[in-house]
Design a protein around this ligand. Structure first.
Ligand SMILES: Cc1cc2nc3c(=O)[nH]c(=O)nc-3n(C[C@H](O)[C@H](O)[C@H](O)COP(=O)(O)OP(=O)(O)OC[C@H]3O[C@@H](n4cnc5c(N)ncnc54)[C@H](O)[C@@H]3O)c2cc1C
Length: 381
Protein backbone atom coordinates (compact mmCIF):
# COMPACT_ATOMS: atom_id res chain seq x y z
CA UNK A 1 0.00 0.00 0.00
CA UNK A 2 1.29 3.46 -0.88
CA UNK A 3 1.10 5.58 2.23
CA UNK A 4 3.34 8.43 1.01
CA UNK A 5 2.12 11.59 2.67
CA UNK A 6 1.47 14.49 0.27
CA UNK A 7 1.02 18.17 1.16
CA UNK A 8 -2.70 17.63 0.66
CA UNK A 9 -2.63 14.77 3.19
CA UNK A 10 -0.85 16.99 5.70
CA UNK A 11 -3.57 19.62 5.35
CA UNK A 12 -6.15 16.82 5.83
CA UNK A 13 -4.33 15.61 8.96
CA UNK A 14 -4.14 19.11 10.42
CA UNK A 15 -7.84 19.75 9.85
CA UNK A 16 -8.79 16.40 11.30
CA UNK A 17 -6.56 16.88 14.34
CA UNK A 18 -8.09 20.29 15.02
CA UNK A 19 -11.62 18.93 14.68
CA UNK A 20 -10.98 15.88 16.85
CA UNK A 21 -9.17 17.90 19.53
CA UNK A 22 -12.12 20.25 19.73
CA UNK A 23 -14.75 17.51 19.83
CA UNK A 24 -13.47 14.27 21.39
CA UNK A 25 -13.81 14.14 25.15
CA UNK A 26 -11.10 11.60 26.04
CA UNK A 27 -12.74 10.45 29.28
CA UNK A 28 -16.15 9.80 27.72
CA UNK A 29 -16.06 6.06 28.44
CA UNK A 30 -15.08 6.54 32.08
CA UNK A 31 -18.10 8.81 32.50
CA UNK A 32 -20.49 6.01 31.49
CA UNK A 33 -21.92 4.38 34.58
CA UNK A 34 -24.79 2.65 32.80
CA UNK A 35 -26.11 1.73 29.37
CA UNK A 36 -28.13 4.93 28.97
CA UNK A 37 -24.97 7.00 29.50
CA UNK A 38 -23.19 4.87 26.94
CA UNK A 39 -25.96 5.28 24.36
CA UNK A 40 -26.07 9.04 25.01
CA UNK A 41 -22.30 9.30 24.36
CA UNK A 42 -22.63 7.31 21.13
CA UNK A 43 -25.53 9.54 20.02
CA UNK A 44 -23.59 12.70 20.91
CA UNK A 45 -20.66 11.55 18.81
CA UNK A 46 -22.88 10.48 15.91
CA UNK A 47 -24.46 13.94 15.83
CA UNK A 48 -21.04 15.58 15.72
CA UNK A 49 -19.81 13.22 12.99
CA UNK A 50 -22.86 13.46 10.77
CA UNK A 51 -23.02 17.22 11.28
CA UNK A 52 -19.50 17.43 9.85
CA UNK A 53 -17.94 16.06 6.66
CA UNK A 54 -16.02 13.37 8.57
CA UNK A 55 -18.89 10.83 8.62
CA UNK A 56 -18.18 10.15 4.94
CA UNK A 57 -14.45 9.68 5.19
CA UNK A 58 -14.61 6.02 4.09
CA UNK A 59 -17.15 6.55 1.31
CA UNK A 60 -16.52 7.56 -2.32
CA UNK A 61 -17.50 11.02 -3.53
CA UNK A 62 -20.20 9.75 -5.90
CA UNK A 63 -22.11 8.48 -2.88
CA UNK A 64 -21.76 11.66 -0.83
CA UNK A 65 -18.51 10.62 0.89
CA UNK A 66 -15.22 12.40 1.12
CA UNK A 67 -13.34 10.18 -1.33
CA UNK A 68 -10.32 10.21 0.97
CA UNK A 69 -6.98 8.91 -0.36
CA UNK A 70 -5.44 5.74 1.12
CA UNK A 71 -3.05 7.80 3.22
CA UNK A 72 -5.91 9.98 4.46
CA UNK A 73 -7.93 6.93 5.48
CA UNK A 74 -4.94 5.60 7.40
CA UNK A 75 -4.48 9.01 9.06
CA UNK A 76 -8.18 9.06 9.99
CA UNK A 77 -8.09 5.54 11.41
CA UNK A 78 -4.96 6.18 13.44
CA UNK A 79 -5.93 9.63 14.70
CA UNK A 80 -9.45 8.75 15.80
CA UNK A 81 -7.99 5.67 17.50
CA UNK A 82 -5.28 7.68 19.27
CA UNK A 83 -7.73 10.29 20.54
CA UNK A 84 -10.18 7.61 21.65
CA UNK A 85 -13.23 8.84 19.70
CA UNK A 86 -16.41 6.80 20.30
CA UNK A 87 -17.74 4.60 17.49
CA UNK A 88 -21.03 6.49 17.11
CA UNK A 89 -24.55 5.06 17.08
CA UNK A 90 -24.65 4.95 13.27
CA UNK A 91 -21.57 2.75 12.88
CA UNK A 92 -23.45 -0.29 11.53
CA UNK A 93 -24.95 1.79 8.73
CA UNK A 94 -21.75 3.63 7.91
CA UNK A 95 -19.44 0.64 8.00
CA UNK A 96 -21.54 -2.34 6.96
CA UNK A 97 -24.77 -1.51 5.17
CA UNK A 98 -23.57 1.60 3.29
CA UNK A 99 -20.96 -0.25 1.17
CA UNK A 100 -23.47 -3.06 0.42
CA UNK A 101 -26.13 -0.59 -0.75
CA UNK A 102 -23.54 1.15 -2.95
CA UNK A 103 -22.77 -2.19 -4.56
CA UNK A 104 -26.11 -4.01 -4.63
CA UNK A 105 -28.78 -1.32 -4.06
CA UNK A 106 -31.12 0.11 -6.70
CA UNK A 107 -30.76 3.87 -7.43
CA UNK A 108 -33.91 4.46 -5.35
CA UNK A 109 -32.47 2.51 -2.40
CA UNK A 110 -29.18 4.42 -2.68
CA UNK A 111 -31.02 7.75 -2.65
CA UNK A 112 -32.93 6.74 0.46
CA UNK A 113 -30.38 4.76 2.49
CA UNK A 114 -27.07 6.53 1.92
CA UNK A 115 -28.02 10.14 2.82
CA UNK A 116 -30.09 8.75 5.72
CA UNK A 117 -26.86 7.28 7.14
CA UNK A 118 -24.54 10.19 6.35
CA UNK A 119 -26.98 12.76 7.71
CA UNK A 120 -27.63 10.74 10.87
CA UNK A 121 -31.37 10.32 10.21
CA UNK A 122 -31.36 6.51 10.26
CA UNK A 123 -29.73 4.08 12.69
CA UNK A 124 -29.37 0.57 11.26
CA UNK A 125 -29.00 -2.77 13.00
CA UNK A 126 -27.95 -6.14 11.58
CA UNK A 127 -30.48 -8.97 11.92
CA UNK A 128 -28.75 -12.18 10.81
CA UNK A 129 -28.42 -14.56 13.81
CA UNK A 130 -31.20 -16.81 15.05
CA UNK A 131 -31.35 -19.20 18.02
CA UNK A 132 -30.37 -22.16 15.81
CA UNK A 133 -28.46 -20.25 13.16
CA UNK A 134 -25.41 -18.32 14.43
CA UNK A 135 -22.18 -19.71 13.00
CA UNK A 136 -24.28 -21.59 10.48
CA UNK A 137 -26.28 -18.49 9.63
CA UNK A 138 -27.43 -19.85 6.27
CA UNK A 139 -29.72 -22.19 8.26
CA UNK A 140 -32.02 -19.31 9.24
CA UNK A 141 -35.74 -20.06 9.43
CA UNK A 142 -37.24 -16.56 9.53
CA UNK A 143 -39.25 -16.60 6.33
CA UNK A 144 -40.39 -13.87 3.96
CA UNK A 145 -43.33 -14.90 1.77
CA UNK A 146 -44.01 -12.84 -1.32
CA UNK A 147 -47.57 -11.47 -1.33
CA UNK A 148 -48.25 -9.15 -4.26
CA UNK A 149 -46.07 -6.01 -3.91
CA UNK A 150 -44.83 -6.97 -0.48
CA UNK A 151 -43.08 -9.62 1.60
CA UNK A 152 -44.65 -10.92 4.79
CA UNK A 153 -42.10 -11.82 7.47
CA UNK A 154 -42.46 -14.38 10.27
CA UNK A 155 -39.84 -15.69 12.66
CA UNK A 156 -37.34 -14.43 15.22
CA UNK A 157 -33.79 -13.15 15.47
CA UNK A 158 -31.41 -13.03 18.42
CA UNK A 159 -28.31 -11.05 19.48
CA UNK A 160 -29.37 -8.09 17.35
CA UNK A 161 -27.04 -5.35 18.64
CA UNK A 162 -28.72 -2.05 19.63
CA UNK A 163 -32.05 -3.18 18.08
CA UNK A 164 -34.03 -1.10 20.57
CA UNK A 165 -32.30 2.09 19.36
CA UNK A 166 -32.35 1.33 15.64
CA UNK A 167 -34.77 2.94 13.22
CA UNK A 168 -34.11 0.30 10.52
CA UNK A 169 -32.63 -3.14 10.04
CA UNK A 170 -31.10 -5.19 7.25
CA UNK A 171 -32.50 -8.64 7.85
CA UNK A 172 -31.51 -12.00 6.39
CA UNK A 173 -34.63 -14.03 5.58
CA UNK A 174 -35.47 -17.28 3.86
CA UNK A 175 -37.21 -16.72 0.54
CA UNK A 176 -36.35 -19.92 -1.31
CA UNK A 177 -38.26 -23.15 -0.99
CA UNK A 178 -35.66 -25.60 -2.34
CA UNK A 179 -33.06 -27.58 -0.40
CA UNK A 180 -30.10 -25.23 -1.07
CA UNK A 181 -29.79 -23.30 2.20
CA UNK A 182 -27.25 -20.78 0.88
CA UNK A 183 -29.15 -20.19 -2.34
CA UNK A 184 -32.53 -19.57 -0.70
CA UNK A 185 -31.94 -16.44 1.42
CA UNK A 186 -32.44 -12.73 0.76
CA UNK A 187 -31.82 -9.41 2.51
CA UNK A 188 -34.65 -6.96 3.20
CA UNK A 189 -34.35 -3.38 4.46
CA UNK A 190 -37.04 -2.94 7.11
CA UNK A 191 -38.42 -0.21 9.37
CA UNK A 192 -38.05 -1.21 13.00
CA UNK A 193 -41.33 0.48 13.91
CA UNK A 194 -43.34 -1.72 11.50
CA UNK A 195 -46.42 -3.36 13.07
CA UNK A 196 -45.67 -6.94 14.19
CA UNK A 197 -42.10 -6.34 15.46
CA UNK A 198 -41.51 -7.10 19.14
CA UNK A 199 -38.06 -6.16 20.53
CA UNK A 200 -36.96 -7.74 23.81
CA UNK A 201 -33.56 -6.51 25.12
CA UNK A 202 -31.30 -9.11 26.75
CA UNK A 203 -29.68 -8.01 30.01
CA UNK A 204 -25.98 -8.85 30.19
CA UNK A 205 -23.94 -9.58 33.30
CA UNK A 206 -22.32 -6.11 33.11
CA UNK A 207 -25.72 -4.47 32.97
CA UNK A 208 -25.65 -3.52 29.30
CA UNK A 209 -28.86 -4.60 27.48
CA UNK A 210 -26.92 -4.21 24.26
CA UNK A 211 -28.48 -7.06 22.28
CA UNK A 212 -32.08 -8.06 21.76
CA UNK A 213 -34.32 -10.89 20.77
CA UNK A 214 -36.64 -9.64 18.03
CA UNK A 215 -39.87 -11.36 17.00
CA UNK A 216 -41.54 -10.83 13.63
CA UNK A 217 -45.23 -11.60 13.31
CA UNK A 218 -46.74 -10.99 9.86
CA UNK A 219 -44.52 -7.95 9.29
CA UNK A 220 -45.27 -6.42 5.89
CA UNK A 221 -42.26 -5.12 3.92
CA UNK A 222 -42.65 -3.47 0.49
CA UNK A 223 -41.01 -5.55 -2.27
CA UNK A 224 -38.89 -2.51 -3.21
CA UNK A 225 -36.98 -3.06 0.05
CA UNK A 226 -35.30 -6.21 -1.28
CA UNK A 227 -31.53 -5.58 -1.46
CA UNK A 228 -30.07 -7.17 -4.61
CA UNK A 229 -32.19 -9.86 -6.18
CA UNK A 230 -34.30 -12.54 -4.50
CA UNK A 231 -32.12 -15.39 -3.15
CA UNK A 232 -28.89 -13.35 -3.59
CA UNK A 233 -28.78 -12.80 0.18
CA UNK A 234 -25.90 -15.13 0.98
CA UNK A 235 -23.50 -13.31 -1.38
CA UNK A 236 -24.55 -9.95 0.09
CA UNK A 237 -24.38 -11.21 3.69
CA UNK A 238 -20.80 -12.41 3.13
CA UNK A 239 -19.93 -9.03 1.61
CA UNK A 240 -21.38 -7.26 4.66
CA UNK A 241 -19.59 -9.60 7.08
CA UNK A 242 -16.25 -8.87 5.41
CA UNK A 243 -16.88 -5.18 6.12
CA UNK A 244 -17.82 -6.13 9.69
CA UNK A 245 -14.29 -7.52 10.13
CA UNK A 246 -12.65 -4.85 7.96
CA UNK A 247 -10.08 -2.19 8.81
CA UNK A 248 -12.33 0.48 10.24
CA UNK A 249 -13.78 -1.96 12.79
CA UNK A 250 -10.34 -3.18 13.81
CA UNK A 251 -8.91 0.23 14.66
CA UNK A 252 -11.88 1.18 16.80
CA UNK A 253 -11.72 -2.07 18.71
CA UNK A 254 -7.99 -1.69 19.31
CA UNK A 255 -8.70 1.56 21.12
CA UNK A 256 -11.12 -0.18 23.41
CA UNK A 257 -8.53 -2.87 24.16
CA UNK A 258 -5.92 -0.16 24.80
CA UNK A 259 -8.25 1.40 27.36
CA UNK A 260 -8.55 -1.92 29.16
CA UNK A 261 -4.78 -2.28 29.05
CA UNK A 262 -4.49 1.15 30.69
CA UNK A 263 -6.97 0.04 33.38
CA UNK A 264 -4.87 -3.09 33.92
CA UNK A 265 -1.67 -1.01 34.15
CA UNK A 266 -3.25 1.25 36.80
CA UNK A 267 -4.30 -1.66 38.98
CA UNK A 268 -1.39 -4.07 38.57
CA UNK A 269 1.07 -2.54 41.06
CA UNK A 270 4.67 -3.72 41.22
CA UNK A 271 4.11 -7.47 40.90
CA UNK A 272 6.59 -8.73 38.30
CA UNK A 273 4.30 -11.68 37.53
CA UNK A 274 1.43 -9.39 36.55
CA UNK A 275 3.70 -6.86 34.86
CA UNK A 276 4.96 -9.65 32.61
CA UNK A 277 1.37 -10.41 31.61
CA UNK A 278 0.83 -6.70 31.02
CA UNK A 279 3.91 -6.53 28.78
CA UNK A 280 2.78 -9.60 26.83
CA UNK A 281 -0.64 -8.09 26.19
CA UNK A 282 0.92 -4.75 25.18
CA UNK A 283 3.17 -6.53 22.66
CA UNK A 284 0.23 -8.48 21.22
CA UNK A 285 -1.77 -5.29 20.95
CA UNK A 286 1.08 -3.71 18.98
CA UNK A 287 1.04 -6.74 16.66
CA UNK A 288 -2.75 -6.39 16.31
CA UNK A 289 -2.22 -2.79 15.18
CA UNK A 290 0.20 -3.95 12.47
CA UNK A 291 -2.34 -6.53 11.34
CA UNK A 292 -4.94 -3.76 11.23
CA UNK A 293 -2.67 -1.83 8.87
CA UNK A 294 -2.34 -4.88 6.68
CA UNK A 295 -6.15 -5.20 6.49
CA UNK A 296 -6.41 -1.49 5.73
CA UNK A 297 -3.78 -1.85 3.00
CA UNK A 298 -5.62 -4.73 1.36
CA UNK A 299 -8.92 -2.88 1.63
CA UNK A 300 -7.49 0.24 0.05
CA UNK A 301 -5.76 -1.66 -2.77
CA UNK A 302 -8.60 -4.05 -3.52
CA UNK A 303 -11.52 -1.73 -2.84
CA UNK A 304 -13.42 -4.11 -0.56
CA UNK A 305 -12.18 -5.91 2.56
CA UNK A 306 -11.00 -9.47 2.00
CA UNK A 307 -11.35 -12.58 4.11
CA UNK A 308 -7.85 -11.78 5.45
CA UNK A 309 -9.68 -9.50 7.92
CA UNK A 310 -10.41 -12.73 9.77
CA UNK A 311 -6.71 -12.97 10.72
CA UNK A 312 -6.83 -9.58 12.44
CA UNK A 313 -10.19 -10.37 14.06
CA UNK A 314 -8.88 -13.69 15.40
CA UNK A 315 -5.70 -12.13 16.76
CA UNK A 316 -7.16 -9.04 18.45
CA UNK A 317 -10.08 -10.94 19.99
CA UNK A 318 -7.75 -13.54 21.52
CA UNK A 319 -5.45 -10.75 22.73
CA UNK A 320 -8.37 -9.07 24.47
CA UNK A 321 -9.45 -12.36 26.04
CA UNK A 322 -5.95 -13.02 27.39
CA UNK A 323 -5.71 -9.46 28.69
CA UNK A 324 -9.13 -9.73 30.33
CA UNK A 325 -8.17 -12.93 32.14
CA UNK A 326 -4.77 -11.59 33.25
CA UNK A 327 -6.26 -8.32 34.49
CA UNK A 328 -8.98 -10.10 36.40
CA UNK A 329 -6.42 -12.39 38.02
CA UNK A 330 -4.30 -9.38 39.01
CA UNK A 331 -7.16 -7.53 40.72
CA UNK A 332 -8.39 -10.70 42.40
CA UNK A 333 -11.55 -10.44 44.48
CA UNK A 334 -11.46 -6.61 44.38
CA UNK A 335 -12.29 -6.92 40.71
CA UNK A 336 -15.51 -8.71 41.57
CA UNK A 337 -16.86 -6.08 43.96
CA UNK A 338 -15.58 -3.00 42.17
CA UNK A 339 -17.20 0.38 42.63
CA UNK A 340 -18.06 2.13 39.36
CA UNK A 341 -15.23 4.14 37.82
CA UNK A 342 -12.42 2.65 39.93
CA UNK A 343 -9.48 0.96 38.12
CA UNK A 344 -10.89 -2.40 39.27
CA UNK A 345 -14.20 -1.56 37.63
CA UNK A 346 -12.44 -0.85 34.32
CA UNK A 347 -10.71 -4.21 34.64
CA UNK A 348 -13.97 -5.97 35.42
CA UNK A 349 -15.70 -4.45 32.41
CA UNK A 350 -12.75 -5.38 30.23
CA UNK A 351 -12.86 -8.95 31.53
CA UNK A 352 -16.57 -9.44 30.94
CA UNK A 353 -16.39 -7.58 27.64
CA UNK A 354 -13.61 -9.74 26.22
CA UNK A 355 -15.45 -13.05 25.77
CA UNK A 356 -18.28 -11.66 23.57
CA UNK A 357 -15.62 -10.22 21.26
CA UNK A 358 -14.44 -13.75 20.48
CA UNK A 359 -18.01 -14.54 19.34
CA UNK A 360 -19.56 -11.45 17.67
CA UNK A 361 -18.78 -11.08 13.97
CA UNK A 362 -18.07 -14.83 13.85
CA UNK A 363 -16.48 -16.99 16.54
CA UNK A 364 -12.78 -17.81 16.88
CA UNK A 365 -13.42 -21.25 15.38
CA UNK A 366 -15.30 -19.78 12.42
CA UNK A 367 -12.48 -17.26 11.77
CA UNK A 368 -10.02 -20.17 11.81
CA UNK A 369 -12.20 -22.05 9.33
CA UNK A 370 -12.33 -18.98 7.04
CA UNK A 371 -8.56 -18.49 7.23
CA UNK A 372 -7.96 -22.18 6.48
CA UNK A 373 -10.39 -22.37 3.56
CA UNK A 374 -10.43 -18.96 1.93
CA UNK A 375 -7.11 -17.35 2.89
CA UNK A 376 -4.74 -20.34 2.94
CA UNK A 377 -6.75 -22.47 0.50
CA UNK A 378 -6.29 -25.59 2.62
CA UNK A 379 -8.20 -28.68 1.52
CA UNK A 380 -11.54 -29.17 3.26
CA UNK A 381 -13.16 -32.44 4.18
C1 LIG B 1 -20.88 -8.92 20.89
C2 LIG B 1 -21.82 -9.60 19.95
C3 LIG B 1 -22.54 -8.84 19.05
C4 LIG B 1 -23.41 -9.49 18.16
N1 LIG B 1 -24.15 -8.71 17.32
C5 LIG B 1 -24.97 -9.31 16.43
C6 LIG B 1 -25.77 -8.50 15.56
O1 LIG B 1 -25.79 -7.27 15.63
N2 LIG B 1 -26.56 -9.13 14.66
C7 LIG B 1 -26.58 -10.51 14.55
O2 LIG B 1 -27.28 -11.01 13.67
N3 LIG B 1 -25.86 -11.29 15.39
C8 LIG B 1 -25.05 -10.72 16.33
N4 LIG B 1 -24.32 -11.49 17.21
C9 LIG B 1 -24.46 -12.96 17.16
C10 LIG B 1 -23.21 -13.65 16.62
O3 LIG B 1 -23.06 -13.44 15.23
C11 LIG B 1 -23.34 -15.15 16.95
O4 LIG B 1 -23.38 -15.27 18.36
C12 LIG B 1 -22.16 -15.95 16.42
O5 LIG B 1 -22.19 -16.00 15.03
C13 LIG B 1 -22.14 -17.39 16.98
O6 LIG B 1 -23.37 -18.00 16.83
P1 LIG B 1 -24.07 -18.77 18.07
O7 LIG B 1 -24.05 -17.82 19.23
O8 LIG B 1 -25.37 -19.28 17.60
O9 LIG B 1 -23.09 -19.96 18.43
P2 LIG B 1 -23.02 -21.36 17.67
O10 LIG B 1 -22.99 -21.13 16.21
O11 LIG B 1 -24.09 -22.25 18.21
O12 LIG B 1 -21.61 -21.88 18.12
C14 LIG B 1 -21.39 -22.58 19.38
C15 LIG B 1 -19.95 -23.05 19.39
O13 LIG B 1 -19.73 -24.01 18.33
C16 LIG B 1 -18.64 -23.59 17.52
N5 LIG B 1 -18.87 -23.94 16.11
C17 LIG B 1 -20.03 -23.78 15.43
N6 LIG B 1 -19.87 -24.18 14.14
C18 LIG B 1 -18.58 -24.59 14.01
C19 LIG B 1 -17.81 -25.10 12.93
N7 LIG B 1 -18.33 -25.27 11.72
N8 LIG B 1 -16.50 -25.40 13.16
C20 LIG B 1 -15.96 -25.23 14.40
N9 LIG B 1 -16.65 -24.77 15.48
C21 LIG B 1 -17.94 -24.44 15.28
C22 LIG B 1 -18.59 -22.09 17.68
O14 LIG B 1 -17.30 -21.58 17.36
C23 LIG B 1 -18.94 -21.91 19.15
O15 LIG B 1 -17.82 -22.11 19.97
C24 LIG B 1 -23.52 -10.90 18.16
C25 LIG B 1 -22.81 -11.64 19.09
C26 LIG B 1 -21.99 -11.02 20.00
C27 LIG B 1 -21.26 -11.84 21.02
Amino acid sequence: MDLDISDEDLVFAERLWTWLSENVEPQWLDRCTDYDDYVAEQDRWEKLLTGSRWAGVWWPKEHGGMGATPAQRAIYAEMTARLGAPEGSGKTGRRMLGPAVMRYGTPEQQEWVLPGILEGKHVWCQSFSEPDAGSDVASIRTRARRDGDAYVLNGSKIWTSHAQHATHSFILVRTGTGGDKHGGVSILLIDMDSPGIDIRPIQQIIGMPDYSEVFYDDVVVPAGRLLGSENQGWEIARYIMRYERGAVMVFDTLVRIERHLEGFARSVGESSFHRTALGRSAAKLAASRLLAYRVLGQQVEGGDPTDAGSIAKLYWSLTWLELGKAAQAATGELGLVAEPLTPEDTVLRGFFGSRPMTIGGGTVEIQRNIIAKRVLGLPTS
